[in-house]
Design a protein around this ligand. Structure first.
Ligand code: TPP
Length: 574
């Protein structure tokens, strides 16, 4: 008797459908309800990166997309595996990152019975995904996988979850993989409306003090942004998510706006007569108090998501479409802008504020970040965690390349940095990755040192260890009468260098600037995993700062000198 060909299962169909999407890497962690898919993975050419926590797997898949533009993929089991994904999905949703999450669920007959590791993952993830599916029939797998990738990567990117009950994974599959995606209810507008583009061009051409603000939506259109700026000579502000979408070092760059933005960017917003918002959503950390945001400006808002138009800042000229289409057409309608007077004013503001900190006092985070930047020479991917170190990194670890500064902006997820570095390292294997973290944040996904070690990824993890939850401490110092409530970590922090060594990762404790400089240079040259625990001044604060609820014209410049802190003058600039 001849051997019969083994029957393809739903699980194998999932892998085949993923291969057809060009997927080569998946980040995940197995469990009971997803075992058929992991069994099929055994025979697949898709590479699986075993993470140590599903939240980290989601962040890695998210950063894989952010670093490469290729959709990230994550696998998790039912119940706790799937619920562990939630923070990662919400992080990706807020920052418009394309990711497909595949979860196993208990078998259909058990759904609704409080079965072991049952959770209503479809319901739980509905608000934190762009779309989600519960697969009921095995033959639907190829169509649903194709739709999921289409939805995740087109229009405004976002996470899509596919929940597959175990019996569907185990069922014989006899369907076809030749599916066409036909979603009449989902047709993102790519091409900008010609009339709106003409209206926008007229308003821009007439402006005396225009400024362009680019956000995360511009990461995929960096060339078009640069060409537009070259054509018009317009000044450019890049939001936290937009860092690198326009070169920070270019003369037209004013830096980051908002709560911890630059003086020149925030003043430009206050005094401009026109703003082009390109691929951004006017987040409250960017706008401050809405009534004080760009009070004299005509707003041209270009975004692929019509839901963002006039959501927060009223758009006088909305243009719905992809920046790749809209910006070149807008540039074609414009002559170089005659804004010399405006540039004189902007240059004066640019020169009026310098990042200041004393270099003969205890090591501070800003120095560590500058040393990392200088040692890397602009040729690395930066990921960050969330807190003061993130804001210092956004201001100082500047990059001229798109998709190279990867941070959790919208959700502000501590614990993002290390797993994001892993995703970025797999997405762009030829580049070193630097994680800028804090002693609070790093402990939220530190188990991923195991993944870094296993794959010997060229990741340098720099902990700005100030012994506190620094950003919270800063708010308590400034706005809660120095009532420091539950922010001290130093008395119970681990020895981070020893901890790294326990994972097999080279670790160093760094206490002063000379050893920091040397350790950073050595770590970046080594092209292997290194953790640097940099012990920095506890009471450093991030300035400028706009207090929550205040306007962008109400920046506190503060003082960058630890010694003069007692005498720090809080300066409000208009
Ligand atoms: C998951 C999560 N929990 C809590 C917070 C609130 N939070 C914002 S910044 C911060 C402190 C971060 O401390 P650390 O990582 O040490 O960085 P530092 O501010 O000291 O540079 C906290 C607790 C958050 N953003 N994310």
């Amino acid at each position: 008797m001849g051997k019969s060909r083994p029957q393809m299962t739903g699980a194998a169909a999932v892998l085949t459908a993923l291969e057809r999407q060009g997927v080569d890497t998946v980040f995940g962690l197995p469990g009971g309800a997803i075992m058929p898919i992991y069994d099929a993975l055994y025979d697949s050419r898709i590479r699986h990166i075993l993470m140590r926590h599903e939240q980290a797997a989601a962040h890695a898949a998210d950063a894989y997309y952010r670093a490469s533009g290729r959709c990230g993929v994550t696998f998790a089991t039912s119940g706790p595996g799937a619920t562990n994904l939630v923070t990662g999905l919400a992080t990706a949703m807020m920052d418009s990152s394309a990711l497909v999450a595949i979860t196993g669920n208990v078998a259909n007959p058990l759904i609704g019975t409080d079965a072991f590791q049952e959770a209503d993952v479809y319901g739980i993830t509905l608000p934190v995904t762009k779309h989600n599916y519960l697969v009921k029939r095995v033959e639907d797998i190829p169509r649903i996988v194709a739709e999921a990738f289409h939805i995740a990567t087109t229009g405004r990117p976002g996470p899509v979850l596919i929940d597959i009950p175990k019996d569907v994974q185990q069922a014989p599959f006899e369907g076809s993989f030749d599916v066409t995606v036909d979603l009449p209810g989902y047709r993102p507008t790519i091409k900008g409306h010609a009339g709106q583009i003409r209206r926008a061009a007229k308003a821009i051409g007439e402006a005396k003090r225009p400024v362009m603000m680019v956000g995360g939506g511009a990461q995929a259109s960096a060339e078009e942004v640069s060409a537009f700026v070259e054509r018009t000579g317009i000044p450019v502000i890049t939001t936290l998510m937009g860092i690198g979408a326009y070169p920070y070092g270019a003369p037209n760059s004013l830096g980051m706006p908002g709560m911890h933005g630059t003086v020149s960017a925030n003043r430009a917003i206050t005094h401009c007569d026109l703003i082009i918002g390109a691929g951004l959503r006017f987040d409250d950390r960017v706008t401050g108090k809405l009534s004080r945001f760009a009070p004299n400006a005509t707003v041209v808002h270009i975004d692929i998501d019509p839901a963002e138009i006039s959501k927060l800042v009223k758009a006088h000229v909305p243009v719905v479409g992809d920046l790749k289409d809209v910006l070149p057409r807008l540039a074609d309608e414009l002559e170089p802008l005659e804004i010399e007077e405006w540039w004189k004013q902007l240059d004066e503001w640019k020169g009026s504020y310098r990042e200041r900190y004393k270099r003969d006092k205890p090591l501070v985070s800003q120095e560590v970040i500058e040393m990392l930047r200088d040692a890397a020479g602009g040729e690395c991917i930066v990921t960050t965690d969330v807190g003061q170190h993130q804001m210092f990194a956004a201001r100082l670890f500047t990059t001229n390349r798109p998709r190279s500064f990867i941070t959790s902006g919208g959700l502000g997820t501590m614990g993002f940095g290390l797993p994001a570095a892993i995703g970025a390292a797999f997405a762009r294997p030829d580049e070193p990755v630097v994680v800028v973290s804090g002693d609070g944040s790093i402990q939220m996904n530190i188990q991923e040192l195991a993944t870094v070690f296993k794959h010997q990824l060229p990741i340098v993890i720099a902990i700005c260890n100030n012994g506190v939850l620094g950003m919270v401490r800063q708010w308590q110092e400034m706005f809660h009468a120095q009532r420091y409530s539950e922010v001290f970590l130093a008395d119970s922090n681990p020895d981070f260098a020893k901890l790294a060594e326990a994972y097999g990762v080279e670790g160093h404790n760094v206490f002063d600037r000379d050893s920091a400089r040397q350790a950073i240079a050595d770590a970046l040259a080594a092209r292997k995993p290194v953790l640097l625990n940099c012990v920095v001044y506890e009471s450093e604060k991030v300035f400028p700062m706009i207090p929550a609820g205040a306007g962008v014209d109400e920046m506190i410049l503060g003082d960058q000198d630890p010694e003069d802190r007692e005498n720090a003058q809080e300066e409000v600039v208009a």
